[in-house]
Ligand binder design. Structure first.
Ligand SMILES: Nc1ncnc2c1ncn2[C@@H]1O[C@H](COP(=O)(O)OP(=O)(O)OP(=O)(O)O)[C@@H](O)[C@H]1O
Ligand SMILES: [Mg+2]
Length: 305
C-alpha cells in the first residue's frame, strides 16, 4: 500500500528524516513510535503531501507519486497532531466544510456526516460549536473529518494527545474496528504501550532514523536478554550479588542493579537461591522484555526522560 525508499528531509541544520525506508501492506495497523522530535510528523506530512522531501521515493498503491500529486493521495486520510477544526463553527458545519473540499456531492456528504458523527458519538452534539468541545471530542471530530472521503489508508498522528482516558479508549476501539473492516492504519505515538496494544508491525524512530522495525515479538527478540531482574543495591549484599553471577551479568546504575540472565535461565533456580538465604522475594522486580527496554538498549536513553 505504502512504500517509502530512502526518504530524507532537512529543516536548515536539522535532519528531520535521514534515509527512511519502509513498507506498509494493505490491512496493516502500522505503528510509528519515537520520542519528541523523532520525525514522526514530518513523515506523516510528506506522505500526505503537506511537505516535500529533499530526496527519496514514495509509492502509494503501487504508483510512484510526485510531490505535488494530490489525486494520487486521495486514498489517504490524515488526522493531524494539532487539531485542525474551525472553533466558531458547529461540528456539522466543520464536516460540511471538510467534505466539500473533497468534492463529495451534497446528498452523499450528508449521509456520510450522519454516519461518522454517529460512530464518533457526536451526533447529539452536532449543532454545538467546536470551541465548547473537550479535547477528546475535538479529536473524534477530526477523525470523522479525515474519513469523509472514504480513504483506504488512515494516517493518525498522535491522536491520543490531550485526550481523556474514556475518549482514548473510544478512539482505540474505533480504529481497531475500522482496521478489521479493511482500513490500513499508520499510527504515530510516543507511547510504547499504545503500539503494543494496537499495531501488528512497529517502526521505532529516533532522530530521523528508523532504528528497528518488525512485530512486537520480533523487536523484543533483538534484545540480548529475555527476562531481567531489578533490585535496590542497598538491599542486596555483595555476597548474594556474587551468587547471582552464576545466572548472568549484573548491570549497576546508581542505586539500582539489574541482573540480565543468560539464555536457558530458570526463575525457579533464582528463587531457590533466595530461599536458601531466607531473602524476601519482594526485594526483586521481574521485568519482561519490552519495547521500552529495546529503545534503551539501542539508544542508551529512556523513551521519555
Ligand atoms: N517546519 C519546521 N521547521 C523547522 N524545523 C522543524 C519543522 N518541523 C519539524 N522540525 C524539526 O524536525 C524534527 C522532527 O520534528 P517532527 O515534528 O517530525 O517530530 P515528531 O516525531 O513528530 O515529534 P513530536 O512527538 O514532538 O510530535 C524536530 O527537530 C523539529 O524541531
Ligand atoms: Mg509530531
Amino acid at each position: 500500500m505504502i512504500s517509502i525508499e530512502n526518504l530524507s528531509k532537512r529543516f536548515g541544520q536539522i535532519r528531520a528524516l535521514s534515509g527512511v525506508s519502509l513498507t506498509v501492506e494493505k490491512g496493516e495497523f502500522f505503528g510509528l513510535v519515537g520520542p519528541n522530535g523523532a520525525g514522526k510528523s514530518t513523515l506523516m506530512h510528506i506522505l500526505s503531501g503537506y511537505l516535500f522531501p529533499d530526496q527519496g521515493k514514495l509509492e502509494l498503491a503501487g504508483k510512484t507519486l510526485k510531490d505535488t500529486d494530490k489525486e494520487g493521495r486521495r486514498i489517504l486520510g490524515l488526522v493531524p497532531q494539532s487539531i485542525a477544526l474551525y472553533d466558531k463553527f458547529s461540528a456539522m458545519v466543520n464536516l460540511e466544510v471538510f467534505g466539500s473540499t473533497y468534492g463529495i456531492p451534497p446528498k452523499e456528504l450528508k449521509e456520510k456526516i450522519k454516519f461518522w458523527l454517529d460512530k464518533m458519538q457526536l451526533w447529539d452534539r452536532r449543532k454545538d460549536k467546536v470551541k465548547a468541545f473537550s479535547g477528546g471530542m475535538k479529536r473524534r471530530l477530526n477523525l470523522a473529518a479525515s474519513l469523509l472521503h472514504d480513504p483506504e489508508i488512515l494516517l493518525c498522528d498522535e491522536p491520543t494527545v490531550g485526550v481523556d482516558p474514556q475518549s482514548r479508549n473510544a478512539i482505540f476501539d474505533f480504529l481497531e474496528e475500522q482496521n478489521e473492516n479493511g482500513l490500513t492504519v499508520v499510527y504515530s505515538t510516543h507511547y510504547m504501550e499504545e503500539v503494543e496494544r494496537l499495531c501488528n508491525r512497529i517502526a521505532i524512530i529516533d532522530a530521523g532514523k528508523i532504528i528497528a522495525m518488525g512485530s512486537r515479538n520480533d523487536l523484543v527478540a533483538q534484545l540480548p536478554y529475555n527476562t531481567s531482574i531489578q533490585f535496590d543495591i542497598a538491599k542486596v549484599d555483595q555476597a548474594l550479588r556474587e551468587q547471582f553471577l552464576q545466572f548472568g551479568t549484573i548491570e549497576e546504575d546508581g542505586k539500582q542493579g539489574t541482573l540480565h540472565p543468560e539464555k536457558g535461565f530458570k526463575l525457579s533456580e533464582f528463587f531457590a537461591v533466595l530461599e536458601s538465604g531466607n531473602i524476601p522475594y519482594n526485594r526483586f522486580r521481574i521485568k519482561q522484555p519490552s519495547l521500552e527496554g529495546l529503545f534503551l538498549h539501542l539508544t542508551g536513553k529512556q523513551m521519555r526522560e
